[in-house]
Write a protein that binds this ligand. Structure first.
Ligand code: ADP
Ligand code: MG
Ligand code: ZN
Length: 614
């Protein structure tokens, strides 16, 4: 991994080096202290000094056990163990001194430290010198590095992952089969460019991955790099733009230069909408010069690719509607790959992928979880698996159990339990009836999703939840389903009124949602009454792509506005009456069910993706 300007974990290496230096010094001092030579010299510490001639005389008289010559020093051990010492000249060899008499029994030892132990004797000094030198070099490098960080604004911040480092493969991406098929082709372009160019086909330069946040765009891009085995430059769109003007453009230039040097490779620009927005600035409070320059530079660089440079630019966004059209024209990001939210089968597979690195109990199955997570993305599912592992760890389970998994789904879908929130018994009663109202009305409406669970455990901002689960993924909704949904939403308030003859604020969210459904029916789906006709009211700025709510501009007369309001009010009023009549008919069941809840009121959480909240 090459990081162009970020000093990687500098403080850590700093500590390590300091520690090493310290250890080195400590070792060195030990070396000096425990020097064996010094020990030996100690043994002669109280040797009295005599002239050299006296030792020569003693030798001749066989007065010594041993004579030791160490460098210029001469030590003689007398028969009684006493030692004397003297000095000799460098030219005084054993033979010149006459100490090599073969008849003489005295042992003469020469211990020439300067020659035999030359290396050992200079070693400590050498180590010390190297340590100091290393310290200085390291210090200067640190300074140089910090300066280069300050002066490298124009350098791209792209993180380069080598071919070998990208471990992600297509099998790590579950579902998204169509997207993968398209990307297999891209991998082939990178691996066998000749195959295409020899026939005269142009290799596409740009691939745009489009999908809601968390659907696995970044993951797929990494998988392409991993499969193709090429370097992978990744940068986020926002990293081009910084405090200084002109930095973005030069970063783009730098990035593309680097990439071309490493071809074949992939450049991945994540969240490209940060720089790739429609130029001209209409609608975002004037133009943004810096962003425009950056975008222009990207366009220029993509045009500048030779046909031979095998660099493919991949980009990801969840706002294709705001992208500049110049980015999307053929020759640039002309390949667009849409990544949908996962369907039932894909969710199952994604859960399995994320179970791979966790300890799971043998009998854990994902069928229910996949069913209960309609509309969730891969990132949400990963989160669920992680939460389940956290639950397992907290509960000291050796592996994740089904129970942990179910709780994790609830935590992610509805919110964590709030044990600290204390409701008065009366509030609890109202919550129970409210949720049961949703449940019973929903159950009796023919087009409502089946009831999955009712819970009056406080979670997040809600006091209770009634959870309906669609049987399968649905891509269209009928008018009767909308109507039944409104009816179910109003069931909570209807129950409150029927049972307590008093109403609470608990239904505010229900009412908001019911109103929105009715308004959309009238304004967007042509499901209003005859006075509205098959007309879409309100001009949406931008598209409704991927659930980003566009701003709506009013493009209809006051008369029509009144007609819409009337439709909304009447629809809701009618459904409220319907809900009340359902509950009136089944008041006995309602009371019966509510009594279970109050009996087990301590912590009941029973039968509870359309969620209706209080
Ligand atoms: P995006 O870039 O589209 O916002 P990411 O690619 O960053 O989403 O996905 C976030 C995480 O969600 C990934 O790291 C991965 O663990 C998980 N994920 C998303 N989609 C899938 C999938 N199809 N298969 C497996 N994991 C997925
Ligand atoms: Mg991403
Ligand atoms: Zn409610």
């Amino acid at each position: 991994m090459v990081t162009s300007s970020r000093p990687p974990q500098r403080s850590r290496s700093q500590w390590l080096l300091s520690l090493l230096l310290f250890c080195g010094l400590v070792l060195l001092s030990f070396f000096f202290l425990l020097n064996p030579q010094r020990d030996k010299e100690k043994q002669f510490a109280n040797a009295s000094e005599v002239p050299l001639s006296e030792i020569t005389q003693g030798y001749a008289q066989n007065a010594y056990n041993e004579i030791l010559i160490r460098d210029s020093k001469v030590f003689a051990t007398l028969k009684d163990g006493k030692t004397i010492q003297s000095y000799k000249e460098g030219s005084d060899t054993v033979s010149r001194l006459g100490w090599n008499d073969p008849k003489n029994k005295t042992v003469v030892r020469v211990e020439n430290r300067e020659t035999t132990n030359l290396f050992l004797s200079v070693l400590p000094d050498l180590v010390f010198f190297l340590l100091v030198l290393g310290g200085i070099v390291w210090l200067f490098r640190g300074i140089a590095r910090s300066q280069s960080t300050a002066l490298s604004f124009g350098k791209s911040r792209a993180r380069i992952a080598d071919a070998k480092q990208v471990k992600t493969r297509f099998h790590d991406v579950a579902g998204a089969e169509e997207a993968k098929e398209d990307l297999v082709e891209v991998v082939d372009f990178l691996k066998n460019p000749k195959k295409y160019t020899s026939i005269g086909a142009k290799i596409p330069k740009g691939v745009l991955l489009v999908g809601a946040p968390g659907t696995g765009k970044t993951l797929l891009a990494r998988a392409v790099a991993g499969e193709a085995g090429v370097p992978f430059f990744s940068i986020a769109g926002s990293e081009f733009v910084e405090m200084f003007v002109g930095v973005g453009a030069s970063r783009v230039r730098d990035l593309f230069t680097k990439a071309k040097r490493n071809a074949p490779c992939i450049i991945f620009i994540d969240e490209i909408d940060a720089v790739g927005r429609q130029r001209g600035g209409a609608g975002f409070g004037g133009g943004h010069d810096e962003r425009e320059q950056t975008l222009n530079q990207i366009l220029t660089e993509m045009d500048g690719f030779e046909q031979e440079t095998n660099v493919i630019v991949m980009a990801a966004t969840n706002r294709p509607d705001v992208l500049d059209i110049a980015l999307l024209r053929p020759g640039r990001f002309d390949r667009r790959i849409f990544i949908d939210k996962p369907d039932l089968a894909a969710r199952h597979q994604i859960l399995e992928v994320h179970a791979r690195n966790k300890k799971m109990t043998k009998n854990v199955h994902f069928d229910d979880v996949a069913k209960q997570t309609v509309g969730m993305t891969g990132a949400d599912l990963e989160n669920i698996m992680n939460e389940s592992a956290i639950f397992a760890a907290k509960r000291k389970h050796p592996a994740v159990t089904q129970r942990d998994l179910v709780d994790a789904v609830e935590k992610v879908a509805i919110g964590a339990e709030k044990k600290s929130r204390k409701l008065t018994p009366h509030e609890k009663d109202i919550t129970a009836y409210h949720e049961l109202g949703h449940a019973i009305v929903g159950h009796l409406c023919p087009d409502s999703d089946p009831l999955h669970k009712i819970s009056i455990v406080s979670r997040g901002s809600t006091l209770g939840v009634t959870w309906f689960l669609p049987q399968e993924d649905q891509y269209t909704t009928s008018k009767s389903k909308f109507i039944d949904e409104i009816c179910g939403l109003l069931g909570g308030r209807a129950a409150e009124e029927l049972v307590f003859n008093e109403i609470t604020t608990g239904a505010s969210n229900d009412i908001e949602r019911a109103s929105l459904i009715a308004r959309n029916m009238a304004m967007r789906y042509g499901m209003g009454d005859d006075s509205l006709g098959l007309v879409a009211y309100g001009e949406h700025q931008g598209s409704t792509f991927l659930g980003v709510d566009p701003s709506v501009v009013r493009n209809y007369s006051d008369e029509m506005a009144r007609a819409i309001d009337t439709f909304v009010r009447e629809t809701i009023a009618a459904q409220y009456e319907r809900a009340k009549s359902f509950l009136h008919q089944h008041k006995k069941k309602l009371e019966e069910l509510a009594s279970i809840n109050t009996r087990r009121s301590s912590r009941s959480s029973r039968a509870s993706s359309s969620r209706r909240r209080r």
